[in-house]
Design a protein around this ligand. Structure first.
Ligand code: TXA
Ligand code: MG
Length: 320
């Protein structure tokens, strides 16, 4: 069921059940983070492996600090500057956070999301919310209440409808080693912006089968239809020729390809704007995936600013 009733969401969550919540990045599938039994329902609904830890969400740093053993100075600086916002910090946890939330790790991922409905919801709760993206494991993240309802409606009692997500891609995840920042997942806050605040950072994206940030699993954000990416050696035009005779859809950055019918194309941002491209990315991938095509052809954006996070998602969505 979809609705905008915060008190209803409060009641369901206090009762230990799941509610899908809007954030500025993507929709989350939320449960009481302090109750392992509630959290276990998230893994069941998403069919998510329990080695993939969750992010906990709160409306204030003070509330989060009750569950954090140590907040490094650079983490404080990032939190003060970017929260509420699309930044997730991985910090040493206290025992109040159940092992199921962190997959047994001694750290926990935390963030304050920037969405008025969800902030209001969190103010009404005396526990933080554990929430991964509200998609079946491995599928495209949801950026509207309707996306969630279509894929997981049968599994969850309530979807809190906060409209279409502003940013459209997940938060940037930062962990710390000896006080220095390490980017675990590229996301809606660019590395450039982070470096402007705290200086040079290291990027360590995980890709093993038991990764620290399994947003980094090889195949993720993936449509059901095979997706191929153009590169220096093979342009989209060449890919179109190679797939002649097939039903082809196109996901492009700025321009339309006259070889293919317009309705089978999605242009992320005709004016070449990265934020607009991020905002449209997952919805367009879903639309193409629903078109009964044989193949989706895509291209990457310039590898800078938000382009890096968008390219990461398109690459993980691709068939390799
Ligand atoms: O924007 C977002 O971050 C959204 C919204 C709902 O907040 N959430 C989201 O959650 O993208 P999810 O579960 O799809 O991705 C969370 C990532 C996972 O890849 C997980 O491995 C990583 O955060 N993570 C969580 N706890 C961690 C920890 N202790 N150490 C390292 N990585 C962690
Ligand atoms: Mg996810």
């Amino acid at each position: 069921m979809i609705g905008k009733d915060i008190q209803k969401a409060v009641k369901i969550l206090k009762n230990g059940e799941l509610v899908a919540i809007p954030t500025e990045t993507v929709y989350g599938l939320a449960a009481n983070a302090l109750c392992a039994k509630s959290v276990s329902q998230i893994f069941r609904a998403k069919k998510r492996p329990t080695f993939d830890p969750l992010i906990i969400h709160s409306d204030s740093i003070e509330k989060l600090k009750k569950h954090i053993a140590y907040f490094p100075p650079k983490a404080e600086k990032l939190a003060n500057h970017f929260w509420a916002g699309a930044l997730t910090l991985v910090l040493e946890k206290k025992d109040s956070i159940p092992d199921l939330v962190t997959s047994g790790l001694s750290s926990v991922a935390v963030r304050i999301p920037n969405h008025p409905l969800t902030l209001e919801l969190l103010r009404n709760l005396d526990f933080p919310l554990a929430a991964p993206s509200a998609n079946p494991f491995g599928y495209i993240s949801p950026t509207s209440a309707q996306h969630v309802e279509t894929m997981l409606g049968n599994e969850i009692p309530y979807v809190l409808d906060g409209g279409i997500c502003d940013l459209g891609i997940e938060s940037t995840i930062v962990s710390f080693e000896k006080g220095e920042a390490i980017i675990l997942r590229k996301g809606a806050i660019s590395i450039e912006k982070i470096e402007k605040l705290i200086g040079k950072v290291t990027v360590k994206l995980h890709s093993s089968s038991s990764p620290k940030a399994p947003g980094m699993l090889k195949s993720h954000y993936a449509p059901k239809i095979p997706l191929f990416i153009a590169n220096q050696n093979q342009s989209i035009k060449e890919l179109i020729k190679q797939h002649e005779g097939k039903k082809i859809g196109i996901l492009s950055f700025e321009k339309e390809f006259p070889e293919i019918e317009a309705e089978k194309q999605r242009i992320l941002s005709p004016k070449g704007d990265f934020s607009e491209a991020a905002h449209n990315l997952f919805a367009y991938l879903r639309e193409l995936d629903a078109m009964n095509l044989d193949v989706i052809l895509s291209e990457l954006l310039p590898e800078k600013d938000l382009g890096r996070a968008i390219n990461d998602r398109i690459t993980r969505a691709s068939t390799r």
